[in-house]
Design a protein around this ligand. Structure first.
Ligand code: SAH
Length: 344
């Protein structure tokens, strides 16, 4: 099967153009069509000869996203897409508008292996990794459809980005390339459920992005009940890796904590969380858990949320409750794809 040309970096493309015996400046033109102007086909490259275009299309393809479903929130304008991929699989992305511009939350895999019990993306298990080109296609398709430039990226959709490490690293290289979209690494967040060895690997790259860690519990016992990954990489190992990451990169870690009624939202949990995070460069992001139909988890009450924050703050841990966007369109990733799969 031909390779997705969108996943190539400039050096690889230049090598290919050289191998095809075309002048080197053609590589710059083609790269700009793909990464800067975001075309979906070779035909759109109007300043490239038919000969070169046809040689390229023998070897490469564009694995585009088609918009299958588009939902727009009446409350805040958040847009949710269900994209179909070249092999008939589906992924979701969400575009949110903030004061500082547009942000997109993209999927990094079709399905997910991690099996978190509260998460809609775990339903149906893992199908495959997305390539860097397919992840770019999620961004480019949304940009084109909405006629906007997206300047913030969140890797928090379906999938575990650190379980698709090489493709995600390539995506980061391409989206931040000044010859392409030139997105600032400071405007990118990557969320992980805690693949410990890859947190160390990421730390060594010193990328300047924001690392979010889905913690969701103040200790290993509670965490293992909802996050099987905690059995492979235990809680203490994870926190050790997080400390290393914060120290090595000088970047604050954002800990995600989905508040589940009666499960992880007691005063004692808050105190324990404050204790284990003490002294770490970090922030806690509390998310009232989204009740996914298939699970019976309930959101913590507002009183509980407030009390939890108060305890963390009193213990010098900064914490906020995440604002919910797109609540009328089930904007949390995984839910639309899961319902599509059910209908078949
Ligand atoms: N695999 C990565 C990124 C995808 S999930 C990770 O685990 O971080 C994005 C975030 O949404 C994670 O923090 C995840 O734990 C959280 N999440 C999943 N289902 C949720 C739900 N029902 N309610 C609230 N947060 C949820």
């Amino acid at each position: 099967m031909p390779e997705d040309i969108r996943s190539k970096n400039f050096a690889e493309l230049a090598e290919e153009i050289k191998a095809l015996n075309f002048p080197s400046f053609r590589a710059g033109q083609i790269y700009s069509w793909i990464q800067e102007k975001c075309v979906d086909s070779f035909d759109e490259m109007t300043n490239i000869s038919k000969d070169l275009r046809s040689k390229l299309s023998e070897r490469y393809c564009f694995n585009n996203c088609q918009i299958n479903t588009k939902l727009v929130s009446k409350i805040d304008g958040t847009v949710k897409y269900l994209f179909s991929l070249h092999d008939g699989e589906y992924v979701e992305s969400v575009v949110m508008k903030y004061k500082y511009g547009y942000s997109i939350c993209i999927s990094t895999q079709v399905g997910c292996k991690m099996g978190c019990t509260f998460c809609a993306s775990a339903i149906g298990g893992f199908v495959r990794n997305l390539t860097a080109g397919e992840m770019l296609a999620e961004i480019f398709t949304a940009q084109k459809d909405l006629g906007i430039k997206i300047n913030h990226l969140v890797l928090m959709g379906t999938g575990e980005p650190l379980d698709n490490f090489d493709n995600v690293m390539r995506l980061l290289e391409l989206i931040t390339d000044e010859k392409g979209q030139n997105m600032s690494m400071r405007h990118i967040s990557l969320s992980t459920c805690g693949i410990v060895p890859n947190i160390y690997e990421l730390a060594e790259k010193k990328l300047g992005l924001t690392l979010s860690v889905s913690l969701h519990a103040p200790n290993g016992d509670i965490r293992s009940k909802s996050m099987p990954v905690n059995i492979k990489y235990d809680f203490d190992e994870l926190l050790k890796a997080c400390r290393y990451y914060a120290n090595t990169t000088g970047r604050r870690i954002s800990f995600e904590y989905a508040m589940i009624r009666g499960f992880n939202d007691s005063d004692e949990c808050a105190r324990e969380l404050a204790h284990v995070l003490r002294g770490m460069l970090c922030h806690v992001n509390l998310i009232p858990v989204n009740s996914v139909r298939e699970t019976e988890y309930k959101k913590s009450t507002l009183d509980r949320q407030k009390r939890f924050i108060d305890i963390l703050t009193a213990n010098s841990i900064t914490a906020t409750v995440r604002r919910t966007l797109g609540s009328d369109i089930n904007a949390s990733c995984g839910q639309l794809r899961a319902s599509k799969r059910k209908r078949g």
